[in-house]
Ligand binder design. Sequence first.
Ligand code: DMJ
Length: 856
Amino acid sequence: MPLTCRGRVRGQEPSRGDVDDALGKFSLTLIDSLDTLVVLNKTKEFEDAVRKVLRDVNLDNDVVVSVFETNIRVLGGLLGGHSLAIMLKEKGEYMQWYNDELLQMAKQLGYKLLPAFNTTSGLPYPRINLKFGIRKPEARTGTETDTCTACAGTLILEFAALSRFTGATIFEEYARKALDFLWEKRQRSSNLVGVTINIHTGDWVRKDSGVGAGIDSYYEYLLKAYVLLGDDSFLERFNTHYDAIMRYISQPPLLLDVHIHKPMLNARTWMDALLAFFPGLQVLKGDIRPAIETHEMLYQVIKKHNFLPEAFTTDFRVHWAQHPLRPEFAESTYFLYKATGDPYYLEVGKTLIENLNKYARVPCGFAAMKDVRTGSHEDRMDSFFLAEMFKYLYLLFADKEDIIFDIEDYIFTTEAHLLPLWLSTTNQSMSKKNTTSEYTELDDSNFDWTCPNTQILFPNDPLYAQSIREPLKNVVDKSCPRGIIRVREESFRSGAKPPLRARDFMATNPEHLEILKKMGVSLIHLKDGRVQLVQHAIQAASSIDAEDGLRFMQEMIELSSQQQKEQQLPPRAVQIVSHPFFGRVVLTAGPAQFGLDLSKHKETRGFVASSKPYNGCSELTNPEAVMGKIALIQRGQCMFAEKARNIQNAGAIGGIVIDDNEGSSSDTAPLFQMAGDGKDTDDIKIPMLFLFSKEGSIILDAIREYEEVEVLLSDKAKDRDPEMENEEQPSSENDSQNQSAEQMTSISQEVDLIDQESLEESSLNSHPESLSPADIDNAASVSPSEQNSNPAENHETTSLDGECTDLDNQLQEQSETEEDSSPNVSWGKKVQPIDSILADWNEDIEAFEMMEKDEL
Ligand code: DMJ
């Protein structure tokens, strides 16, 4: 935990949910960083670290851990450490005492994971208790029915390496069985796999499919298993999937999820950060052009926000704002540099390093970004930061002679652990050769089985990569998210009258429902009381109605997001700017619905002082201490507005309310917004921010240690550098914000989930019977691109030359391709049987509901 300078011990910190499943009280970061030390030529430190692991690590803890994470980080870490330990020993200088101890630990861990495979399918349970396994009552796990595809399909490298290093074949057998089962279950017409699967029945639970979260390393391991094990069947499987990915998911430069049964139908309008590994995999496959394109698009998103947000939309807006220092983009940059030799990728790497140092470096390491828009931190530095990010960035700039061994003799696991390629010829009892019969014949000259080679790929053309990047250079900045408004205005000008405006729509008006039906829009009442609108252009009465339907849906999205924005204030930042922090620590703060609005005014900077009484619920007894300063007040016992008035009267220039719930933290709780007291709060002129107890105690600890602590309250952290301490202290600018509310409001960060309260609120608006736009789950169901019947043809939605594409053309294109792709269906004359429409429909609803529940 780089902000509080402690290790994160499972059970000693408030649970963060599934992310904690990687922690097994087994010194995760130490093990995950072992081989990084050797790559960085820190051989002595490696030797010490191995000794520490052997001395301290206990694998027999009563903790439920993720099988996937334990495999890639811990088993992979031990095997990577072992691989380099034996390499060093052979060189004769270091590790002379080493006697395969890391391998023995790896084997012990391997046996601990095996009970997870005790299912009829051979797919592993997602979690296991390190001490008690699965079945025993003490295990507290084993009731799960689903796992993600990547979770079940990312074992073969570590398990095969373990088998081949030790001669115990059972590990490779189990990992192969799981992969065989996934392959059998692929959707046969699209050759795609879903995100989650039932480990008992083998049914797909989430039928959306992409190359990011939930699936990513399944594909990676098929190709790398071929490289490491030399088994043709893995390459054939990979190529079959790759062909499907390029056909349906790849919409250069985008990679967009689709449905496995209806791969022409996009499943969402945003991309997750995990897919940034894919260009690297494409390099390994030898398909450089799309790798360069996607990488360039991702780089432009990064330049906009300094880091890649956890998810971003197809028009490059932030969808999920956090960034846990993921290494995937650095990984792809490394591979692209290796493939092209283009110094551009060194510049990219330099930017990544500069941003890390400037925005993420904190006193005890590098802190994840809680919100790339505000620059605020989260108290976490995941082990993959040292295992992968450091390794790939170092290797990007390293010359051959900087590394004490030949990196080309190894393959990187998904966690960037190094496994030696000589394993392919050791203990290879499991290899299947020449089993091509069950694979689709792929008519594609791209699938020649050669590894990429710079000499062959770019003979005499150092500008090859640049020529591919050039047309994409404005793809992010010039994307046109609001094109629909222009189109709508144009169509009004030309006299076309929209049959129904989103703002007029009433769910109880039968006439409106009739119009919806005509436009192919269905109304779905969800169990939780919300209503979803889904449009299937194909179910519209005509192509004109389908177009109207699309406009109606997009109007709804606009209205919905407008309303959500009005209800939710964005997070704010408290940045500690005095010595020794100098702006390096940025805390996520909740906004207030009253007082100075920091998004409209210059930030407020000042020294902090605790108010007396600390709860700020009465006139302060220490006005001299808070005068001209930012007052710290404890939450509780009176309204936030009352506290604000009391500190303002004492002369404070701002206030920070610190949560009185001990242990609360922005790591685990949704953003908190302070509401007014239901009265007029115009008299409150100073800015007020809220910190959870953990973030608050970082400031309180700083006061204890350094006495004088200066902070900056703002909507976005200021660029930090040591100069900060010399800057003049600006005077606070006061203003009021005319907002009030009855009670404190906790803001959900999931923008597409509307809670019961907001439903109740919306039923009070001027159309009591109308459906509030905010009730519509636009992320899941009203995406315009869902109507795209052929993603491969619709990449013009993002204009490559910087011009916005006319939506009418897209609609035309969509309608045409919709017709093309379904010969049984024509406009106005549906011959698709109703049962099949209903079945399709149910399938979609199911998929949308699942996506909504379990996005990552
Ligand atoms: C790493 O642990 C691995 O790369 C994994 O495959 C998915 N991504 C995380 C880091 O983002």
